[in-house]
Design a binder for this molecule. Structure first.
Ligand SMILES: NC(=O)c1ccc[n+]([C@@H]2O[C@H](COP(=O)([O-])OP(=O)(O)OC[C@H]3O[C@@H](n4cnc5c(N)ncnc54)[C@H](O)[C@@H]3O)[C@@H](O)[C@H]2O)c1
Length: 240
């Protein structure tokens, strides 16, 4: 890491969107602290971007505080946080336990509160920025997405609450990805065609939006906002 490098924590770094964000930010000159619960895959991402791997459960208070403490001790600065780690569970209502609900809320929503609280001093001193990951599922549903939708709706509200509370030092925004192909599902031609832009999203689409929102030179007048990156799908009127 060069002396002038800005330091960013990316959670959910081990794969998918988080890994693409690590790659993009590293290309842009950030020093990336890769945080994930999946130890081996996270080490692979960190090696790829010459960053630091930190095994962390973002829904756990002690784990998040240890992550931020490590950054403070090692680098003495923190310029950005990308709170991206997320999990889902799509099952009929009767098959949900309170433990299922709590785990998703902790990972997808409480984590961003814990990261903000642990990092406030560091982020204020660098005039840093936070990017939280919501979803278009905060606004629209398929059946059985209960805790996922609720957690993502909560992220939009937490974003403006944090932006108001950390002003004027720290900007806080969230990104709502639509369908992003991370290789988990086979994509059919019709999946691409239904999007206004003619294709399903790529992790790099979200990485580009993240890089923009972290860069105060480019996005210094944007805070408290939700940026939807979904190929236009939420603007499509559908009567069934
Ligand atoms: N892929 C999409 O289409 C899509 C759409 C909308 C929103 N999102 C959101 O984008 C984010 C990334 O999605 P993805 O598709 O890359 O997911 P993914 O499942 O490929 O990766 C999620 C990462 O989070 C990590 N993780 C899970 N629980 C964790 C915990 N408790 N602590 C630390 N790390 C943990 C996983 O190990 C994994 O590396 C999520 O917040 C997701 O809700 C994704």
């Amino acid at each position: 890491m060069s002396a002038s490098s800005k330091v960013v924590i990316v959670t959910g770094a081990a794969r998918g969107i988080g890994q693409a964000i690590c790659e993009r930010l590293s290309e842009d000159g950030w020093h990336v602290v890769c945080a994930d619960i999946a130890e081996q895959e996270n080490q692979d991402t960190a090696a790829l971007v010459r960053g630091d791997p930190v095994t962390c459960d973002v829904g756990n208070e002690d784990s998040v505080e240890a992550l931020v403490r490590l950054v403070a001790e090692k680098y003495g600065r923190l310029d950005g946080i990308v709170s991206n780690a997320g999990i889902n569970r799509f099952e009929p209502l009767s098959e949900w336990t309170l433990a299922h609900w709590d785990r998703i809320i902790a990972t997808n929503l409480t984590a961003s509160f814990l990261l903000a609280r642990a990092s406030e001093k560091l982020l204020r001193s660098t005039k840093g920025a936070m990017v939280l990951m919501t979803s278009t599922r905060a606004h629209m549903s398929e059946p059985s997405t209960f805790a996922y939708s609720a957690s993502k709706g909560g992220i939009i509200a937490l974003t403006h609450s944090l932006a108001m509370s950390l002003r004027p030092d720290v900007r806080v925004n969230c990104i709502a990805p639509g369908w992003i192909d991370t290789g988990k599902y086979a994509i059919e031609p019709g999946d691409h065609e239904q999007h206004l832009v003619g294709r399903v999203g790529r992790p790099q689409d979200i990485a580009a939006a993240t890089a923009f929102l972290l860069d105060g030179e480019q996005s210094g007048f944007i805070t408290g906002q939700e940026i939807v990156v979904d190929g236009g799908m939420t603007k499509k009127m559908i009567y069934v």
